[in-house]
Design a binder for this molecule. Structure first.
Ligand SMILES: [Zn+2]
Length: 518
């Protein structure tokens, strides 16, 4: 660069530099309230159940939010690469449970809008929402969140939304959002990838390169959670087709196939296809319909024929390979269940099974074990205490093998991308019938904790590969962690708030007729 040119550039930078920087760096807020609400669980999700991400010192907050593998981390990472001026607003979530109280939703929304106001002028908002939130007064809590943001920021303001694979996407939310995408994978291993995709759609939208145009089609069916593994038939080819369209079609910005969440008794319950094109509504509609037809065509494969708890435990005991994973579908914590179901525990004890591991959320039993201390003789009624859906307490005798603060770390990408877990004070009980080589281990936790990481066991001195039977309170999400070590997986038709069979529930608000229910 010669000196004259250098001087010109310097002058220009001094004169209009600030304005140019502001124009070239879109200011994008990150916000979200995430919850999957089980309509059948009477235990409402309250404000105190929500964790709010620390945003003190915004630039440090962004660096913290960037670590991990979830959609927010993906959005921050890609947003920085795209030179966004990122503004961290309210990001919050709670473990699945009953519907969200109006008080919680209103308080969090007021706080979110307040923070967004403080962050103005904004060029766009990224909203990380689950998509299956039910609130006391709002059947589609997520749609209400986007409606309020839309109302505040006006018709043309870019609002890009990400949803979980288990979203019950409503037609209204597609009206309120500028663009909406859902995770493609279950177990959810593509969360970070989706956050990045949202950032790219945001960049194209704020620059005027994209005019996102969405079409939504919902086939009239319940896509049973048992068949929501996107890495296996029948869903895998449909997800592959969504990826192919995104990669190969120049006018298609995103294709989302979500499985839905069958424990929400709301009009939008069920799977959804959302296609986003660059200003081609006809193409969006056509492709959304075609993929929805593909979902509909798989319905004869969605049969339910699973063993009840007694039969499942017998099968596990007689198995000549180990470990056998017993999937307690009725008490799927990630689906908003109690985490203290005892139907399988009852059978393990009564059938004198050996070499089993099971986790029960029971803070009372943990406190009792903590008072006894390591080595103490344990004799206490465990589980079945939170509600009337998950069996009776079971009397357990044994000794306290270990007490632990319940914190552990997962370095690998697992369902949802969480790395740091905390299940509260934890006790491991060596239950009677154990031998030195083969132990019956009952892990008691203070908080309900999803079995998404083997470190939940390993950090408590349990070697899962050495055990004969591993009980997980989950449906599909545990697979990323357990499949590599499982010799056999048996899904169990256990009762509970997340029972796999829809016939166990009375639906009042879903669209009828619905395949899989009617
Ligand atoms: Zn999910």
């Amino acid at each position: 660069m010669n000196w004259l040119r250098f001087l010109c550039v310097l002058l220009l930078t001094l004169l209009v530099g600030e304005e140019m920087t502001a124009q070239s760096r879109p200011r994008i807020a990150i916000a979200g309230i995430s919850h999957e609400s089980n309509s059948f669980n009477p235990d409402l999700t309250r404000l105190s159940d929500f964790r709010i991400r620390d945003r003190s010192n915004p630039s440090a907050a962004l660096q913290r939010w960037k670590t991990g593998n979830d959609e927010v981390s993906g959005f921050v990472e890609e947003g920085e690469r795209l030179n966004f001026d990122l503004y961290p607003a309210l990001v919050s979530g709670a473990t699945p449970k009953g519907p969200v109280t109006d008080d919680a939703l209103n308080t969090l929304m007021d706080k979110m809008i307040q923070l967004l106001k403080e962050g103005q002028p904004l060029d766009g908002i990224y909203l990380a929402l689950h998509g299956a939130m039910v609130a006391e007064s709002y059947r589609h809590g997520d749609a209400e969140i986007v409606r309020r943001i839309r109302e505040f920021f006006g018709a043309d303001f870019p609002i890009v939304v990400t949803h979980d694979f288990h979203a019950n996407v409503s037609p209204e939310i597609v009206e309120y959002a500028t663009a909406l995408i859902t995770y493609k994978e279950n177990p959810h291993l593509d969360t970070k990838e989706r956050g990045k995709q949202a950032a790219q759609i945001m960049a194209g939208t704020v620059s005027g390169k994209f005019k996102p145009t969405m079409a939504l089609v919902k086939p009239p069916m319940l896509y049973n959670i048992l068949y929501q593994n996107t890495f296996a038939e029948p869903l895998q080819p449909i997800v592959a087709e969504s990826r192919r369209l995104e990669a190969e079609h120049p006018e298609i910005l995103a294709v989302s196939v979500s499985g839905g969440y069958q424990y929400a008794d709301v009009p939008a319950m069920g799977p959804t296809v959302v296609v986003i094109t660059n200003n081609n509504p006809q193409l969006a509609q056509q492709e959304a319909q075609r993929l929805a037809d593909m979902l509909w065509e798989t319905r004869e494969h969605l049969v339910l024929d699973l063993p009840a708890p007694a039969e499942a435990v017998r099968m596990a005991r007689e198995s000549d390979v180990a470990p056998v994973v017993l999937v307690d579908m009725g008490d799927n914590i990630g689906g908003g269940s109690a985490g203290d179901s005892t139907f399988l525990l009852r059978e393990l004890v009564d059938q004198k099974a050996t070499g089993w591991v099971m986790t029960i959320a029971d803070s009372e039993a943990v406190q009792y074990a903590a008072k006894l201390g390591v080595g103490g003789q344990f004799d206490f009624s465990v589980g079945g205490k939170r509600d009337n859906f998950h069996g009776e307490p079971v009397r357990i005798r044994g000794r306290v093998k270990l007490l632990n603060d319940g914190k552990y770390f997962e370095p690998e990408v697992r369902h949802g991308g969480t790395q740091y877990y905390d299940q509260g004070l934890t006790a491991v009980i060596e239950v009677e019938g154990s031998t030195q080589e083969l132990k019956n281990l009952l892990m008691l936790t203070t908080e309900r904790q999803n079995p998404f990481s083997l470190h939940q066991l390993i950090s408590n001195g349990i070697y899962p590969e050495r055990q004969k039977i591993l009980v997980v309170k989950a449906a599909i999400a545990y697979r990323a962690a357990y499949e590599p070590i499982a010799a056999r997986i048996i899904e169990v038709d256990s009762p509970g708030l997340t029972a796999v069979n829809p016939a166990r529930f009375t639906f009042e608000n879903i669209k009828r007729p619905m395949f899989g229910v009617d």
